[in-house]
Design a protein around this ligand. Structure first.
Ligand code: ZN
Ligand code: ZN
Length: 387
């Protein structure tokens, strides 16, 4: 059983994870991490190639058929506050999204798979992917550099540690799982004046205040209420004194959606309404949209398959339904290419009912969760090639 083997690898996983946790690196700067992965693969006798500068693609097994497993390897610009003995040694950088555990579990799965290489019945492709946390996303760069060719996988699987579930509990959802996410940057240009002479200026603050309210019509009046959508303005900046009408207001925000057609309509609506609404105030409103990841959609067949393996391996009591979230995840790019399933692996210590969430400076998942995650990755790959 892969769970027994994974259990025996726990000490190695713990020290691997703690090494990675001590040495987090920001998106697309994962040089030490990449070298560490390459050294480990070399010591396991697993051939690999480097793509997208810090990404690593490794192959285990032989034959025509291929399935892929993916782990993201980057960390976040967060100052760690866990106080753990193996806390980050890189100031201002932290593995606060658990990608250190993802990388560790894929390395452990690699060790399990390598030991049974000759009976695999195909190739398992391992994708150690940089830059999940930053657009354009390491997945799109890996794909552009041919990570999914030679051989082409027929299915791909990935996982994310989940602070909302008990350690080792695995959750699945078929269909849309995470949203498309776009970054929004507004510039509202008015005309500066003495605050006591508003009639001589064009006030971008007043325009911005109204615009924020008005743009919610995207959600309330321009969207089928049965389809999820989010528009949130997260930053507004303008002016510096009590007696000056400023020239410019800048705002930032996010647009989230599952439906690609509506997402594209929303881009047009937000651009047009920004310009038209600001014009009512004599201001010039512009919106720049930095288009982010597409929605992550789990393939029904791949999800039923992975879930059934999880139930056999971990017991049905450890498997649950995941409620989709409007987070974003660049595994979505793989899900556009082939049948894909991304699952959530519970990471909350069983002694706790809550824990600090993803991207929190005190995020600290239960390390033993990695036993289930590594075993499931390996087992899913083995069984997918036996189908
Ligand atoms: Zn994250
Ligand atoms: Zn993450």
């Amino acid at each position: 059983m892969t769970t027994t083997i994974a259990e025996s690898l726990f000490d190695t996983m713990q020290s691997t994870r703690r090494h990675l946790h001590r040495h987090p690196e920001l998106s697309f700067q994962e040089f030490e991490t990449s070298t560490f992965i390459q050294q480990r693969l070399t010591s396991l006798g697993i051939p690999f190639r480097v793509v997208a500068t810090t990404g690593v693609v490794a192959h285990i097994g032989h034959g025509e058929r291929c399935v892929a497993l993916r782990a993201d390897i980057d960390a976040l610009p967060i100052t760690e506050e866990t106080g753990l003995p193996y806390a980050s040694e890189h100031p201002g950088v932290m593995h606060a999204c658990g990608h250190d555990t993802h990388t560790t579990m894929l390395l452990a799965a690699a060790e399990i798979l390598k030991a049974q290489e000759d009976s695999l019945g195909g190739v398992v492709k391992l994708l150690f992917q940089p830059g999940e946390e930053k657009t354009p996303g390491g997945a799109s760069l890996m794909i552009a550099e041919g990570a999914l060719t030679d051989p082409v996988p027929e299915m791909i699987f990935g996982q994310h540690i989940n602070p909302d579930a008990t350690a080792g509990e695995v959750s699945f959802v078929s269909g849309p799982m995470m949203a498309a996410a776009d970054e929004l940057y507004w510039t509202i240009k008015g005309y500066g004046a003495h605050a006591a002479q508003p009639h001589l200026g064009k006030d971008p603050i007043l325009a911005a205040a109204g615009l924020i309210q008005h743009l919610q019509t995207l959600i309330t009046k321009q969207r089928n209420p049965l389809h999820a959508g989010v528009l949130t303005v997260t930053s507004i900046h303008g002016g510096h004194a009590t007696n000056v009408i400023p020239e410019v207001v800048e705002m930032k925000g996010t647009l989230r959606a599952f439906d690609q057609a509506w997402r594209e309509q929303a881009w047009t609506y937000l651009e047009e309404q920004t310009a038209a609404y600001c014009a009512l105030y004599g201001c010039e409103g512009r919106l720049e949209i930095s288009k982010g990841y597409p929605p992550l959609v789990n393939h029904p067949e791949a999800t039923v398959f992975a879930r059934s393996i999880a139930e056999q391996l971990l017991g049905s009591g450890s498997v649950s339904e995941f409620e989709p979230k409007m987070w974003a995840e660049d595994f979505a790019y793989y899900s556009q290419q082939m049948p894909a399933c991304f699952w959530m692996l519970g990471g909350r210590p069983s002694s706790q009912t809550t824990m600090p969430g993803l991207h929190h400076p005190r995020f600290a998942p239960e390390e033993r969760a990695m036993i289930s995650g590594a075993a499931l990755l390996a087992e899913v790959a083995i069984r997918a090639l036996q189908r």
